[in-house]
Design a binder for this molecule. Structure first.
Ligand SMILES: Nc1ncnc2c1ncn2[C@@H]1O[C@H](COP(=O)(O)OP(=O)(O)O)[C@@H](O)[C@H]1O
Ligand SMILES: [Mg+2]
Length: 309
């Protein structure tokens, strides 16, 4: 895969000195869905705005399809569709006119067949002559997407597409995103919902306090997320892990006062029952059991907590 967006050591210091991005480096692959997951104030909108050329980087660089977003702004912007965080539609405009107007802003010639295609794809075709103000919240969000796609961009940015939206509408939006991906559009969305990133992304980037903590393939991330550990505390310390327990790949900790078993919560069987039964046969006695979550999950939980505060 080739990267369509390249972000190198991007920093953004707002007037007044607040550092909203502290050196973000990220490559976005053509055709992928990348979710930027992070709590409010993490810098997600700032990152997207900089890639879209709405705010200027303080240092570092961003290129889109080979165009630098500052020196080659028009070339870069042409490739990008942006669905902003806030719904900002003209209430009295008809759906068709609203989308056609957006296309015009990019200096693209009229193409009714293309507009028909995206309105149909977004299930807005029947509403093409309705005024925006007559639409439900879910439809308004889809109009925003249609507008963002009106100039045939290759990359679509969705800034918190489902923030404050009910569960049903959220699922509907996920379906829309999956369809857009199937049509070949590269999609970057921001979210503070772990389950949203999990549901639709190919890769997940975790951003907090202006720093990208990690970017990883969803499948491998979930594997790590799914890992939990069981700490078996022993009444009497053991010098070595008994041969009979070798299949469990246990770790001996606390000078042999405890054993750690790492298991996969996604697996059909955790193996815990069998392990405890095998342990009893070795003559080792446990004094206590504790489960621990892997550190990555700690990161996620920490993010969400911060978000709720
Ligand atoms: N125009 C601005 N001037 C000063 N600070 C800003 C401005 N825009 C955003 N910030 C600050 O930058 C940080 C990141 O904001 P933002 O990118 O909107 O985060 P997110 O989208 O992840 O919620 C926040 O602390 C916010 O208050
Ligand atoms: Mg934001």
């Amino acid at each position: 895969m080739t990267s369509i967006v390249q972000i190198k050591d991007l920093k953004k210091v707002y007037e007044g000195g607040f550092e909203a991005l502290k050196g973000v480096t990220l490559d976005i692959e053509e055709g992928e869905i990348l979710a930027l997951l992070g709590p409010n104030g993490a810098g997600k909108t700032t990152l997207i705005s900089t890639v879209c050329g709405i705010t200027n980087p303080s240092s570092g660089s961003v290129s889109v399809g080979g165009h630098d977003v500052v020196t080659g702004f028009r070339g870069a912007r042409r490739l990008i569709g942006l669905v902003p965080q806030e719904i900002n539609l003209e209430p009295f405009l008809k759906v068709w006119d609203s989308v056609a107007f957006s296309r015009g802003l990019f200096g693209k010639g009229r193409d009714d067949a293309y507009l028909e295609k995206i309105l149909k794809q977004l299930s807005l075709w029947d509403k093409r002559n309705a005024r925006v103000m007559e639409l439900s919240g879910g439809m308004k969000r889809r109009v925003l997407i249609a507008k963002a796609l009106s100039h045939e961009p290759r990359i679509l940015f969705l800034d918190e597409p489902t923030a404050g939206v009910d569960v049903e509408l959220r699922k509907e939006m996920w379906d829309v995103v999956a369809e857009l991906k199937a049509s070949g559009v590269t999609i970057i969305l921001t979210t503070h919902y772990i389950e949203e990133a999990e549901a639709i992304a190919d890769r997940i980037g975790v951003i907090t306090k202006g720093e990208l903590l990690l970017v990883e393939d969803k499948t491998s991330l979930i594997k790590r997320l799914g890992q939990k550990q069981l700490k078996i505390e022993l009444s009497d310390p053991c010098d070595a892990i008994p041969e009979a327990l070798s299949a469990y790949a246990l770790d001996r900790v606390d000078d042999g006062h405890a054993l750690i078993y790492t298991y996969d919560t996604q697996a059909e069987r955790t193996g815990i029952t069998q392990l405890l039964s095998d342990l009893a046969k070795t003559g080792l006695h446990m004094s206590d059991l504790q489960t621990m979550q892997s550190s990555l999950e700690d990161i996620f939980v920490g993010l969400v907590k911060e978000d709720a505060a």
